[in-house]
Design a protein around this ligand. Structure first.
Ligand SMILES: N[C@@H](Cc1ccccc1)C(=O)O
Ligand SMILES: CCCCCC(=O)O
Ligand SMILES: [Zn+2]
Ligand SMILES: [Zn+2]
Length: 513
């Protein structure tokens, strides 16, 4: 009898707990208002819009043909970068002759523009990008010449089309168009185009930032660099495209692990070679990823901003991360793109060992490239690796390292973030785009500008489907002609939206870009 009473009271207790959980889950899903934006629609139609055809398309194709490759710090194809620089100066006559614009070459190849506004009380903003590119590997796997700028099936193929010539030339096309049409900005703005971003910007961005300081620039309203993109069909549970604005940026740690062995004749091998020991270390690193930080950093805000647009099951889950974090963390870990948002990533990028087929390798070295989650640090990342590998024979050297960058605000009154958001919503209104803050999973030149502003954002107007992320630094990098047109118009909208003294309600847009 007592046992029966005990069981029924336990059941009663559990069912009341379950009922309470259910009420919390439903309340958080349907009652807590999803994040709404501050801007209301119903503004006059904004018909300003650039059609990319003829010379606008040909100019971008020509830009892709320059092979301004940067390899390691201070090692790059200077001749091709000089040609790119000169092509820019020649191709945009209004930008380079308007009395509103001053421009100068910095560190031989980079370009700095000052576009003077009429209202000195408005704090200037900065738009930046880079025109150097990473080398091309596996050329035979490319469908089109990586430096041909050819159009095939509506796509412009080439190294740099999405990293990052679409930004540099999208900005230039929009400023040229605005100046041609008599645009007189109220708010001044700067343009900074670097020539060595792919090797850390030690000459370009560093020199451009120094030049801004020399010109007396102390504060920037906001900075926009390359970064996260528009993702369509990549975030699980979201059938709308999402424009992720990088309000934070991961840190970076590039490590070298090395090991020395006695070497000798391959007819008398030890039980384990240097190569074997290093292969074991690599296998441990790849099979034991750094811990998930999901829910501790900016990625939580990303999902809070998009939850209300997700399919119901996902919406319930994303609105109740207090309960579902482990499940969501597992789900996001399954794809490289979403996994990179929730943890410090580990990429073994170089493995060198061996000198001859019949000689025991006297040495082996491996390079590991970590991108550090904003909730972690360089030291934590290194400690994790060392404890995991736990091999006293291995020497650890840090090649390059810096902490995750400061987080920028994304509130309803933050001018920079809201201006970028509004511009993305205007350009991709036809697709029902959702905009959210996010962590940039890679790295940019923005760390050279931290002293000018707390409002630093990383967003490229690139529209990506599931098969596109591997094109970054990879094979068959390309951008659709339509997306190139959207990129130009994104910067056109951004510059116009930023020219207001304060946030304006969202312009309603009828045209599909
Ligand atoms: N943007 C490139 C190059 C880079 C690396 C590290 C720091 C800054 C830039 C990357 O993320 O790999
Ligand atoms: C994803 C955006 C690119 C990151 C910076 C770079 O590789 O140039
Ligand atoms: Zn790159
Ligand atoms: Zn880039």
């Amino acid at each position: 009898m007592a046992a029966r009473r005990f069981v029924s009271s336990v059941c009663g207790f559990l069912s009341s707990i379950f009922a309470l959980l259910l009420i919390i889950v439903i309340t958080r899903t349907f009652v807590l208002a999803p994040r709404k934006h501050s801007a209301e629609p119903c503004q006059p139609q904004d018909t300003d819009f650039i059609k990319v055809e003829g010379e606008l398309l040909e100019r971008f194709q020509a830009a892709i043909r320059f092979q301004g490759v940067s390899y390691t710090p201070h090692v790059y194809n200077g001749e091709e970068l000089a040609k790119t620089r000169d092509f820019i100066i020649k191709s945009y006559p209004k930008v380079h002759s308007s009395p509103l614009v001053e421009y100068e070459v910095v560190a031989n190849y980079s370009l700095l523009y000052t576009v003077r506004g009429s209202d000195a009380l408005l704090t200037p903003f900065l738009l930046m990008g880079h025109f150097d590119v990473v080398p091309v590997e596996n050329r035979e796997k490319w469908e089109e010449d990586p430096f041909g700028g050819n159009v095939k099936n509506g796509f412009i193929y080439g190294r740099g089309t999405i990293d990052n010539k679409q930004t540099v030339f999208g900005i230039l096309e929009s400023v040229e168009y605005l100046l041609k049409n008599g645009f007189q900005p109220k708010r001044s703005f700067y343009l900074a185009f670097g020539h060595d971003e792919e090797t850390g910007g030690l000459e370009g961005a560093a020199g451009l930032a120094e030049r801004l300081r020399e010109k007396g620039v102390e504060k920037l309203e906001f900075v926009l660099d390359e970064g996260m993109t528009v993702l369509d069909g990549i975030v699980p549970g979201l059938d709308k495209p999402v424009a992720l604005i990088g309000s934070s940026e991961k840190g970076s740690l590039t490590l070298k692990m090395s090991i020395n062995c006695t070497g000798g004749h391959s007819s008398m091998p030890e039980k384990e070679s240097c190569i074997g020991a290093m292969a074991r270390a690599v296998s441990l690193l790849e099979n034991n990823p750094q811990p998930s930080m999901f829910g501790t950093g900016p990625e939580k805000a990303t999902f809070e901003h998009i939850a209300h647009k997700m399919a119901l099951p996902f919406r319930v889950v994303m609105s109740n991360l207090w309960l579902f974090t482990p499940a969501v963390s597992w789900m996001l870990s399954r794809k490289p793109t979403t996994n990179a948002i929730i943890r410090t990533t580990t990429a073994v990028t170089m493995f060198n060992a061996g000198v001859k087929v019949n000689v025991i390798a006297p040495y082996a070295e491996v390079v590991v490239n970590h991108r550090i989650h904003p909730s972690s640090t360089v030291q934590e990342t290194l400690n994790y690796d060392k404890q995991l590998v736990n091999d006293p024979r291995i020497q650890w050297d840090i090649i390059a390292a810096y902490e995750p960058l400061p987080k920028s605000p994304y509130g309803d009154t933050d001018f920079g973030y809201q201006t970028i958001r509004m511009s993305a919503e205007q350009v991709w209104a036809y697709a029902g785009v959702v905009v959210a803050p996010a962590t940039l999973i890679a790295n940019t030149d923005t760390r050279h500008y931290l002293n000018f502003s707390e409002n630093i954002y990383r967003f490229s107007p690139t529209y990506m489907y599931p098969d596109d992320p591997p094109r970054f630094h990879g094979v068959n990098e390309r951008i659709s002609v339509k997306n190139w047109e959207q990129a130009v118009n994104f910067y056109l909208h951004l510059i116009k939206n930023a020219d207001e003294a304060k946030l304006q309600p969202l312009h309603s847009h009828g045209h599909e870009l």
